[in-house]
Design a protein around this ligand. Sequence first.
Ligand SMILES: *[C@@H]1O[C@H](CO)[C@@H](O)[C@H](O)[C@H]1NC(C)=O
Ligand SMILES: *[C@@H]1O[C@H](CO)[C@@H](O)[C@H](O)[C@H]1NC(C)=O
Ligand SMILES: *[C@@H]1O[C@H](CO)[C@@H](O)[C@H](O)[C@H]1NC(C)=O
Ligand SMILES: *[C@@H]1O[C@H](CO)[C@@H](O)[C@H](O)[C@H]1NC(C)=O
Ligand SMILES: *[C@@H]1O[C@H](CO)[C@@H](O)[C@H](O)[C@H]1NC(C)=O
Ligand SMILES: *[C@@H]1O[C@H](CO)[C@@H](O)[C@H](O)[C@H]1NC(C)=O
Ligand SMILES: *[C@@H]1O[C@H](CO)[C@@H](O)[C@H](O)[C@H]1NC(C)=O
Length: 327
Amino acid sequence: MGLVTFISLILLCLNSIPCFCAGISKPSCIQSQRQALLKIKHDLIDYSNMFADWRAGNGDCCKWVGVFCDKATGHVTELRLGSSNDTIASAGAHGRLKLGGKLNPALLDLMSLSYLDLSNNDFDQTPIPRWFWNLASNLQYLNISGSHFQGEIPDFLAIRVSLLLDLSYNNFTGSLPVISLNATVLVLSNNALSGSMSQFLCHRKHRMKLEVLGLGGNLLSGEIPDCWEKWGSLVAIELWGNNFSGKIPSSVGALASLQSLHLSNNSLDGEMPKSLSNLTELLTLDFSANQLSGEIPPWMGERLSKLIIIGLRSNMLLENCWKINNE
Ligand SMILES: *[C@@H]1O[C@H](CO)[C@@H](O)[C@H](O)[C@H]1NC(C)=O
Ligand SMILES: *[C@@H]1O[C@H](CO)[C@@H](O)[C@H](O)[C@H]1NC(C)=O
Ligand SMILES: *[C@@H]1O[C@H](CO)[C@@H](O)[C@H](O)[C@H]1NC(C)=O
Ligand SMILES: *[C@@H]1O[C@H](CO)[C@@H](O)[C@H](O)[C@H]1NC(C)=O
Ligand SMILES: *[C@@H]1O[C@H](CO)[C@@H](O)[C@H](O)[C@H]1NC(C)=O
Ligand SMILES: *[C@@H]1O[C@H](CO)[C@@H](O)[C@H](O)[C@H]1NC(C)=O
Ligand SMILES: *[C@@H]1O[C@H](CO)[C@@H](O)[C@H](O)[C@H]1NC(C)=O
């Protein structure tokens, strides 16, 4: 009887040991990555106390707020430190999460990081460090929108696998970088980027995969280059609120998937190119606040049958067009 009890005890132990190990003695967090996270925390100012559980004694860093790891390898794959709703919910923070301070290069130690959200924080006009762009080239999602960064984006930025890059609502200056990318979303709107767009747009050897290009609210100038042939994946283009002049280039007509074209508030002139009649998927077209002339072309009503929003106000289109537009 004693022996049976003993054996069943052993069996019980054998059964429970694996669970025990998986639950406690095999934390999914990697020691060196926990150290990196603590360095990152050290250099940040934590206005909303979101890092309360980022402590050396608190073993599994994969359970820390905003940290997500690969279940198999234990590598940190995602840092969600922006003010997106899910982080707020898990942090239980009041209102927006706000981080400040500076970025520690220990971020580079998180070798498997593929998702970094630092959006809507307050980095108080800190220039973004140079090494940050090396990090950026390995990510699949980078969002530093609205985080009060400034400085220049390097002239050439290789974004190898990035799927989505949002640097909007900062104070980035200098010229538009030539981005070698496979990204599908690139949003640089509401910064202070200046100069021409042609380096960025033209001389592309391969068909680009970009679907969303957001450059609105910058200081870009010169003509909108006539080299859109390689950008056939684009679904949405925002060039509003810049200082573009000259005509709307006819190669825009090559963008067969385009649904949304925002060119408002520039200094574009001339007539609308006939090739725009190719853009049969367009839902939104906004050319308002430019100096476009001529008549509203008949094909706009005939061919662009999916259009829902048409903005043509504040141009120099013919009088009868004003009436149509203002009805
Ligand atoms: C970046 O983050 C902001 C704020 O959290 C969000 O509104 C925006 O949609 C994000 N950008 C992209 C492209 O997902
Ligand atoms: C995110 O938060 C905003 C404001 O708190 C709310 O209006 C919105 O519905 C939320 N979105 C989601 C997807 O929960
Ligand atoms: C983009 O992806 C293709 C394959 O899909 C790859 O051959 C190419 O090297 C990638 N380009 C960059 C800049 O990563
Ligand atoms: C952008 O940076 C410039 C130069 O540092 C500064 O004068 C300006 O106030 C900043 N703009 C915003 C919107 O933060
Ligand atoms: C047009 O752009 C200028 C300069 O960027 C800005 O000051 C102005 O408010 C914009 N106007 C509209 C209607 O968006
Ligand atoms: C806009 O471009 C014109 C030349 O096309 C230039 O004279 C003017 O200074 C520019 N304005 C701004 C605000 O950059
Ligand atoms: C517009 O479509 C026609 C017919 O599909 C094509 O021949 C022409 O090259 C297109 N125009 C542009 C600018 O892509």
